[in-house]
Design a protein around this ligand. Structure first.
Ligand code: HAM
Length: 400
């Protein structure tokens, strides 16, 4: 019987592994130069951690199981609840702001499709312990710094920014009670993810009248500077919403100062599916082809308190190897260097088969001195060995 890899998972042959390492290294380089420290957690957690904190969208996509002690556990579908749990455990001893990153392997029981698999690597950037808008700007700068590093320009990608609390104010002003907001967010988040008729069906389940349906469609249409100005005009009676408009304006100003405003735009349709977001939310999209979000994040004001920690606000985002590689493939921008799975400095030529030991001796010395050195097990003619040396990409061919 022959087995195949499970649907939605990947085998990483050496060339695939080289590409994965290239992307993870880029994430790590960008994180470190932006002042973030690396952390990790367990690959499974108590199921309740996700049930309580992530919301319906993710819970329906969990791989969960019981351990021998009949405890309900789940493979991590995202990192944020683990991050929050870890910070809660040491909240009083960690210097703030906490700027941490990780690159975990995650699993979601999604229907595999372009840009979405059932197992993937996700880069997480989070800043916890401050709600200063400068941290929103810094967090957003990091993902754009990464896009720039891998050659994605504002002509290729756009980062759409919104605020959940502003959206909540607009919903309340149109008569949607706060108790209904969460289910409305979950549905609005599906707007670009479902075909038109499937979206109309889920929307139909949360709205009560045609008027409500029209109101929701109108609210999420606002975008760009004009859209933000229009909304500012609609919320003048609401000081909290007006302050949130001002915060967004300041955020766009800071992103301008940091030289990345060209990537960014205001867009009321960005809602985010996860339950814990409260303030600024954002999602990145490829401008051509790939429809699904290539990154997503936002501010969470209550997550740590919900887990029994002190009140601490945080902001962060996630992006995955799958979406980034799909986008780079689509644009034909994956650098050739990213595919190199073997890096050989010296290829030691066996010039005299009667003295093969000298080859082994030199190879061993080079390796001990820290150089990558290769040789052939077979006794071969010298031209063949040169061919082999260039086939493995050796920088030098040497012999004794
Ligand atoms: P998310 O929107 O669920 O947010 O995922 C963030 C990103 O992870 C997506 O934009 C996409 O790039 C990638 N992603 C999600 N699901 C899959 C999948 N099935 N296959 C491949 N890639 C996928 C979160 O996970 C939040 N925890 C992010 C965050 C960090 N918020 C604050 N801090």
């Amino acid at each position: 019987m022959r087995f195949q890899a499970v649907k939605g998972t990947r085998d990483f042959y050496p060339e695939d592994m080289a590409i994965r390492n290239w992307i993870v290294k880029s994430w790590r380089d960008v994180s470190l130069r932006n002042g973030f420290e690396e952390y990790d957690g367990p690959i499974f957690e108590y199921l309740d951690l996700f049930k309580a904190k992530s919301g319906e969208g993710i819970v329906s996509e969990l791989f969960h199981f019981k351990d021998r002690g009949d405890r309900d556990l789940a493979i991590r579908p995202e990192m944020t609840p683990t991050l929050a749990r870890m910070i809660c455990a040491k909240a009083h001893s960690l210097p703030r702001p906490i700027k941490w990153f990780s690159t975990p392997r995650l699993c979601r029981a999604e229907r595999p499709q372009r840009g979405r698999l059932r197992e993937f690597f996700q880069w997480n950037i989070d800043i916890v312990g401050t709600d200063d808008v400068v941290s929103d700007a810094e967090c957003i700068f990091v993902i754009l710094d990464f896009f720039r590093q891998i050659g994605l320009t504002p002509a290729d990608v756009v980062l759409k920014i919104n605020s959940r609390s502003l959206l909540a104010a607009l919903l309340s002003a149109r008569g949607f009670e706060p108790s209904r907001h969460q289910e409305i967010y979950t549905v609005l988040d599906k707007r670009d993810k479902l075909p038109e008729d499937a979206y109309a069906e889920v929307l139909g389940k949360v709205v009560r009248t045609d008027r409500e349906k029209a109101d929701l469609r109108a609210i999420v249409q606002a975008h760009g500077e004009n859209g933000l100005n229009e909304i500012a005009g609609l919320v003048t009676h609401d000081p909290a919403a007006t302050a949130e408009v001002e915060l967004l304006r300041r955020l766009f100003g800071l992103l301008g100062t940091m030289g990345v405003a060209d990537y960014c735009t205001f867009d009321m349709s960005v809602v985010r599916g996860l339950a814990y977001y409260t303030g600024v939310v954002f999602e990145g999209f490829g401008k051509a082809g790939l429809q699904r979000a290539i990154c997503g994040g936002g501010r969470y004001d209550q997550l740590l308190e919900l887990l029994g920690g002190p009140p601490m606000s945080g902001i962060g985002f996630g992006t995955s190897d799958v979406v980034i590689l799909d986008l780079l493939a689509e644009l034909d921008r994956l650098p050739a260097d990213a595919r190199v799975s073997k890096r050989v400095e010296f290829y030691v030529i066996d010039a005299d088969p009667s003295r093969f030991e000298t080859v082994l001796d030199l190879v061993a010395r080079l390796r001990s001195a820290g150089y990558a050195a290769e040789f052939s097990y077979k006794r071969q003619a010298i031209p063949k060995q040169f061919k082999q040396a260039s086939a493995v990409g050796a920088k030098h061919a040497v012999s004794r």
